[in-house]
Design a protein around this ligand. Structure first.
Ligand SMILES: Nc1ncnc2c1ncn2[C@@H]1O[C@H](COP(=O)(O)OP(=O)(O)OP(=O)(O)O)[C@@H](O)[C@H]1O
Ligand SMILES: [Mg+2]
Length: 398
């Protein structure tokens, strides 16, 4: 354990006879300190003690390993050295607010946050802070656990889940379309063979009107059947849409962004939020709206992958629209819609990605239109802008 040196007690000031006692007490103290230091230095977590103004008083060996500093580079420095922005500029303020108000935001609570290594890289940590008094001074001890490995494992698990759901989506579409093809093929085959029979009758001159009427009735019945199948499919697709509820759009957007927070950070995408806090709740199907926002954000993230890391910007705005509806905009600083144009991207199966389905925007548009709203794209100053407009009182699904 490395700590800043405090001035030694002056033995010559002690009363006569007390010298031995003092010596013993000091030895005991040194022994206790040596034991404590051995424990602190074998700890895997970084342990840092600071004073009331944020100045580092002591650090253990793990701190050195985790952050990449030599102890003498840390002792006497302000602890904000170990923090990335925005905490770096705010930490002095956090401390003085706590000292004035006693209102703890982290002390005794702990949280996941980010730290900064000497080489400038950021990494995720679990931070626990406690306070204690020593020699009439208040000190704070922070325990820092590097959770990069845990985060990587979580990220990997999330990617696997996503790949799985993508594969599931592909196979569902595959199964669904072969099912639909099969169901509709039967009446179509019947219609074709009945029509051929009609033609044969007419060509051979054997056009008995009763017989013809009978075959035409069969054709009509098979046509009806095909129509019934498509109506059933539509009903099935609409079933989930009936569950409308009052949704706070700003909150919903935050919930969706929380799902991709880690990816935004690791991809270095700067997120700008501009929410109209006065928006009333919107009557809609929450799951579908979340799906739409997620599709738009994912597309923006894909578009930003080709942009230089420092120029990756994603903005999400909400506001009120015409006809007492609300609007939501997702804008990125990617390559834009280019030659595809703002309408082509909504076509089913239109994709420019090697593993894209080209379904995201087509499905999103259907969902928004089913809410009585509109989804469209335009070219922004940098990349693409996607606009969602929906009425507050969504259209009740039939
Ligand atoms: N923000 C954007 N910037 C530039 N191009 C975009 C953007 N969003 C969509 N596109 C273009 O529109 C195409 C269609 O998007 P859509 O979401 O429908 O399908 P996808 O992302 O390719 O695949 P998936 O069905 O897996 O979402 C994309 O492949 C891309 O070319
Ligand atoms: Mg997409």
């Amino acid at each position: 354990m490395n700590r800043r040196r405090s001035p030694p007690a002056r033995v010559e000031d002690a009363p006569p006879g007390a010298e031995d006692a003092l010596k013993q007490a000091r030895e005991r103290l040194e022994d206790r300190e040596a034991r404590l230091n051995a424990i602190l230095d074998t700890a895997v977590d970084g342990i840092i003690t600071i004073d009331e103004s944020g100045i580092i008083e002591s650090v253990n060996a793990a701190t050195q390993r985790i952050f990449g500093y030599q102890p003498d580079e840390l002792l006497g420095q302000n602890v904000r050295l170990l923090m990335p922005e925005p905490d770096r500029s705010r930490h002095d303020g956090y401390l003085s607010r706590y000292l004035q108000t006693g209102e703890a935001r982290i002390i005794g609570i702990g949280r996941e946050t980010e730290a900064l290594r000497k080489d400038g890289t950021r990494f995720p940590i679990d931070l626990a802070v406690s306070q204690f008094y020593s020699g009439g001074r208040r000190l704070f001890t922070g325990m820092v656990r590097d959770i990069s490995d845990r985060r990587r494992a979580e990220e990997e698990a999330r990617r696997r889940r996503e790949e799985l759901s993508h594969a599931a989506r592909l196979s569902t579409i595959g199964e669904l379309s072969s099912g639909i093809a099969h169901e509709i093929n039967q009446p179509l085959t019947a219609i074709v063979s009945f029509s051929e029979a009609c033609l044969r009758m007419l060509r051979s001159g054997d056009s008995d009107s009763d017989k013809l009427e009978n075959v035409l009735e069969q054709i009509a019945a098979q046509g009806q059947r095909a129509g019934q199948i498509t109506r059933q499919l539509r009903r099935l697709a609409r079933k989930a849409e009936r569950e409308h509820e009052q949704v706070d759009i700003n909150r919903m957007v935050c919930d969706v962004l929380a799902l991709v927070k880690n990816e935004l950070e690791t991809s270095n995408i700067a997120l700008h939020l501009d929410f109209d806090e006065s928006l009333p709740p919107v009557e809609c199907n929450r799951i579908q709206l979340e799906q739409v926002v997620l599709n738009l954000v994912r597309n923006a993230m894909d578009a930003l992958a080709d942009v230089e890391p420092l120029a990756r910007e994603l903005s999400v705005r909400t506001g009120s629209g015409s006809d007492s509806g609300i609007v939501l905009e997702v804008e990125d600083s990617g390559g834009g819609l280019g030659d595809s144009g703002p309408e082509r991207v909504f076509e089913t199966f239109f994709t420019t990605k090697p593993d894209g389905l080209g379904m995201g925007l087509a499905i999103s548009r259907t969902m928004i239109e089913d809410h009585g709203g509109r989804l469209w794209a335009s070219q922004g100053a940098g990349g693409a802008v996607f606009h969602v407009a929906i009425p507050i009182h969504g259209r009740a699904a039939s």
